[in-house]
Design a protein around this ligand. Sequence first.
Ligand SMILES: [Cu+2]
Length: 250
Amino acid sequence: MRSLPYFFAVALFLCGCGGDSKPAEEPKKAVAPPADAGAVGSINGKITFSGEKPASKPLNMDAVPSCANQHKGPIDPGDVVVGKAGELKNVFVYVKAGLPQRQWAAPQTAVELDQKACIYSPRVLGVMVGQDLAISNNDPAMHNVHPLPKNNREWNTSQAPKGEKLVKQFDKEEVMITFKCNVHPWMRAYVGVMAHPFFSVTGDDGSFQLKDLPPGEYTLEAWHEKLGTQELKVTVAAKEAKAADFAFKR
Ligand SMILES: [Cu+2]
């Protein structure tokens, strides 16, 4: 038996009625069908750094005791974080080219960005176009969250100590949007906005993973705030787990 919604849909289609005439919606790209679990592959890699680490000074929060009091000793700016074996943290890795022309649905869950001890955490993160970015202030200090996009709308919003979360979205792709805070000049975060879900940020071990990729020939880009960008061409076959490593040098 046909369901009631089916009949309504047919009736709407036949008469073309739907209330007041609205401007025609822009044609949308087809939504990607659910990935065929048997055909997708993945790219797994490690990002390393070798050479002389770019100089960076400890952060000076002396002017703001409520920030400084939350730290002991020199405050690492966190801009170039390299492990013992050269593992490079906070690299944003994403598929730059090669994906089929589809619209990829953004997750319903928010990506979290925290401000703690007057530092953005995480420092580097990715979010999909239209996905919620939920920004918290866990400090006893007022912050003013201020992204500096080139391709999206700029805004800045004050956030009271331990205040309500700010929930924001970006509507265009952009690699990367720098976030600053109008109150604390040292604060930085970098947000990559992607129209697809194939991106990753390296952690302490320098590794990244891009999962559930349709088979294809891809150009990956690895972005680092101080060390620049690198590209790599990678071909992924069905069910293949491909290795792709980046090596930053100085
Ligand atoms: Cu701040």
